[in-house]
Design a protein around this ligand. Structure first.
Ligand SMILES: Nc1ncnc2c1ncn2[C@@H]1O[C@H](COP(=O)(O)OP(=O)(O)OP(=O)(O)O)[C@@H](O)[C@H]1O
Ligand SMILES: [Mg+2]
Length: 358
């Protein structure tokens, strides 16, 4: 179970130096525009990933008067610290330096629901893969080595194709085919687990949308490739090597996979924004359920909830999260969110970068 017991945010955007002890349940963060609500969520995400979901530039998140960001938290009794200067990053867990960001992600499995990241439904294939592989990674962290081998093979293949060289490419094709099969197998299994999940979200989403929503993996290979057969993808790669030289990179395989959403047989691109939003929320909730089922309790960050759901559905989502006993941080401009169980919830007010309990 991942729970942030203590959180210190320093020099992060407009948050100068703030310490909070969040609830292990729902934390509601309220405040008017531009006070730092999103910044608080972003800082939690940053600590768990050593990067932002909003920007690639460190300069953007360092407080204007400062030279570094300093974030620390106690998560499940472990002390996690991150200090980041433009040319130096120090991350430690219980005062031991770590260099591998993936171990941070395992300690802090963070699911973020924010308009900044975009909805999964009708999103880019890249965004879809990032949601999918986030869940898969937390269910099966051991797959990280397979993903790394795949990435290494892709990088080497693309470098050779770019330079119109084929010497040594065969070995990388073999490596890629081997890793691709494992990645696809696990992605299919994970998507199946999500689809089979029968939890009810009818309080949060209209039953019709839930019943009519479906999604499938597009594995990234063309139809003629049998993904379950390593030699099928390997032979395909060899047969089409001249085409890949022309395009200068490998345009098929699991790195081009996507998820296709449909509602009542209709393709995701024809759905209204509201339908896309609701379908995306169902997908997120299913992921949280599957993770919990696999023994992982993610920390949920939801930004600007009232722009995503009306007051009634927001309260339903809050009760749902309470029932799952996961820790969540939910920002809202007003104070419309009603709780079903006030005892374990905390409301924080953000004003000009300062965080106080309500
Ligand atoms: N690097 C930075 N240093 C200092 N302040 C920053 C930095 N980056 C952003 N800000 C400030 O942070 C504030 C925005 O904070 P944030 O996006 O968290 O607001 P918010 O409370 O989520 O508002 P809204 O309700 O409009 O979403 C702005 O005033 C902005 O100028
Ligand atoms: Mg905001």
């Amino acid at each position: 179970m991942a729970v942030i017991d203590k959180l210190q945010i320093s020099q992060f955007r407009n948050i100068e130096n703030q310490y909070i002890e969040p609830s292990s349940g729902v934390n509601l963060i309220i405040g008017s525009n531009a006070q730092g609500k999103t910044n608080l969520l972003e800082s939690i995400y940053y600590l768990g990933h050593n990067r932002s979901y909003k920007t690639k530039k460190l300069r953007d998140v360092i407080g204007h008067k400062h030279r570094s960001i300093k974030l620390s938290a106690q998560v499940d009794g472990k002390k996690i610290k991150l200090e980041k200067f433009p040319n130096k990053t120090t991350i430690s867990v219980d005062n031991k330096k770590i260099i591998n960001t993936s171990s941070l992600s395992i300690l802090m499995p963070i699911q973020v629901i924010t308009p900044d990241k975009g909805f999964i439904v009708n999103g880019t294939p890249k965004n879809k893969r990032s949601y999918l592989d986030w869940g898969l990674f937390h269910v099966k962290p051991e797959l990280l080595t397979v993903f790394k081998s795949y990435d290494k093979a892709i990088k080497n293949i693309n470098a050779l194709l770019y330079n119109k060289k084929t010497d040594g490419i065969d070995g990388w094709f073999q490596e890629l085919s081997k890793s691709a099969k494992i990645i696809n197998q696990n992605r299919y299994e994970y998507i199946d687990e999500l689809r089979k999940n029968t939890s009810s979200y009818k309080e949060i989403c209209p039953t019709k949308i839930i019943e009519e929503t479906d999604f499938r993996l597009h594995n990234g290979w063309p139809k003629e490739v049998d993904w379950e057969d390593e030699s099928s993808s390997y032979n395909y790669l060899n047969r089409n090597i001249n085409n890949f030289i022309k395009t200068k990179f490998l345009n098929c395989g699991p790195h081009k996979a996507s998820i296709k959403f449909v509602m009542n047989g209709k393709d995701e691109c024809y759905l209204s924004r509201g339908q896309q939003k609701k379908q995306s929320i169902i997908f997120w909730l299913k992921q949280v359920d599957v993770l919990i089922h696999n023994g992982v309790r993610p920390i949920i960050l939801i930004d600007d909830i009232s722009s995503e759901l009306d007051a009634e559905k927001t309260s339903a989502l809050v009760s749902h999260l309470e029932g799952l006993k996961v820790q969540s941080f939910i920002t809202d401009i007003g104070h419309n969110t009603r709780y079903t169980n006030e005892t374990n919830n905390i409301t924080f007010v953000l004003e000009n970068g300062t965080i106080n309990k309500h």
